[in-house]
Design a binder for this molecule. Structure first.
Ligand SMILES: [Zn+2]
Length: 76
């Protein structure tokens, strides 16, 4: 069983010390359920952030392309 996990608060190493996950960096102690809930929530947030970032990049790319079209169109 893997007893190392990452702390949902600071990302440091958290050790499974029944019945808690104890973070070796910030000292956060969480019961397994609480820990799991926080990690799941963190994953959701991370996923949403990635989606947002992806959309932002698409928009930026599109803007660059529009500008290029406009620029090339003007030159002709
Ligand atoms: Zn921590």
């Amino acid at each position: 069983m893997n007893t190392l996990a990452s702390c949902p608060e600071c990302g440091g190493k958290a050790k499974w010390e029944p019945p808690f996950y104890v973070c070796s960096v910030c000292g956060l102690a969480l019961r397994r359920q609480e820990y799991q809930r926080l990690v799941d929530k963190q994953k959701e947030v991370l996923y949403e952030a990635q989606v947002e970032q992806g959309e932002g990049q698409d928009k930026k790319r599109k803007r660059n392309r529009d500008y290029l079209d406009w620029y090339l169109g003007k030159k002709e």
